[in-house]
Design a protein around this ligand. Structure first.
Ligand SMILES: O=C[C@H](O)COP(=O)(O)O
Length: 257
């Protein structure tokens, strides 16, 4: 973690969740209120079908509800897409852009991701911008090249800690139960911090850098202890309130230490 940065633990529900999942979300809200509010920030990114209901439930709790993607345009003939303005109108405070599943499934480029991050800013949303290398890229020893290229291409000019969060997610660690070593995470996060400071100056010192990829209650404390790991982007473990709150609790404990 970075001592001066308030951690953010974010749950990406991906294409999971029905109306009945509201009970699980309410348990997350109750857990945050009981022991986490004031120490860390918490965000949940449900599927678009649940966004408005979750945002209503989260009103006044401090928990951020966000979208999982947005179109770069504010409106128009783009069947099936959702604009950042629509997300904000539904109560979102943030949006994930450039998740590796979007980059792979929808051929999104760094330029696409950058345009979406700008759209998020236009709509007053925090953009959680995802970057990370594939297993092949890792094995070829080009992780930092890939991450550096994605950072340059995906982050918009004028990024600040208020409008951008970077999420480093090694693609091979997502949903696999595998995580990089603490040394590997430290190397990549330090590299990202250097690049952020080089490009954005003092603001780059305080832009949050999350780690994502098989974060669980059992490994959260070790990950959080790594310099420049300012929180987590959690997939599978965010679907269960107990697991998600367990991860957030590990971050809260370190903050209190
Ligand atoms: O957005 C979240 C990540 O893709 C991590 O997913 P995971 O925690 O299921 O590995």
């Amino acid at each position: 973690m970075t001592p001066s940065i308030r951690p953010l633990v974010a749950g990406n529900w991906k294409m999971n969740g029905l109306a009945a999942s509201a009970a699980e979300f309410r348990a997350i809200l109750a857990g945050y209120d009981a022991s986490l509010a004031g120490a860390i920030d918490l965000a949940v990114f449900p599927p678009a079908t649940l966004l408005a209901a979750f945002a209503t439930a989260a009103a006044e709790t401090g928990v951020i509800v966000g979208g999982q993607d947005c179109h770069a345009a504010a409106s128009g003939a783009h069947t099936g897409d959702i604009s950042a303005e629509m997300l904000a109108d539904a109560g979102a405070g943030a949006v994930i852009v450039g998740h590796s599943e979007r980059r792979t499934d929808h051929d999104e480029t760094d330029a696409d991701v950058c345009a979406k991050a700008l759209a998020a800013r236009r709509a007053g949303l925090i953009a959680v911008i995802c970057i990370g290398e594939t297993l092949d890229e890792r094995d070829r020893g080009v992780t930092l090249d890939v991450v550096g290229r994605q950072l340059t291409g995906s982050l918009p000019v004028g990024a600040t800690a208020a409008n951008v969060v970077v999420a480093y997610e090694p693609v091979w660690a997502i949903g696999t139960g595998r995580t990089p070593t603490a040394e590997d995470v430290a190397t990549v996060h330090a590299f990202i911090r250097d690049r952020l400071v080089h490009r954005f100056g003092a603001e780059g010192e305080v832009i949050r850098i999350l780690y994502g990829g098989s974060v669980k209650p059992g490994n959260a404390a070790e990950l959080m202890a790594i310099p420049h790991v300012d929180g987590a982007l959690v997939g599978g473990a965010s679907l269960k309130a107990a697991d998600f709150l367990g991860i957030a609790g590990a971050y809260r404990s370190l903050t209190a230490a």
